[in-house]
Design a binder for this molecule. Sequence first.
Ligand SMILES: [Zn+2]
Length: 59
Amino acid sequence: METVICKKCGKKFGYGLVGIVYPGGKDRETADCPYCGETVASIMTSQTFYVEKMEDDNK
Ligand SMILES: [Zn+2]
């Protein structure tokens, strides 16, 4: 899992890829900030991004 600080809202979260890698099933997947929705990563893959909050919402 990658840990990033959102450029837009400054909050920290993690993201990674899950799922099966298979040829021919590639689609555009984006990892979006769970706090503000900013897209931080975008790749062509057959997998799916998951994101995990690393800070409380009410900080
Ligand atoms: Zn954000």
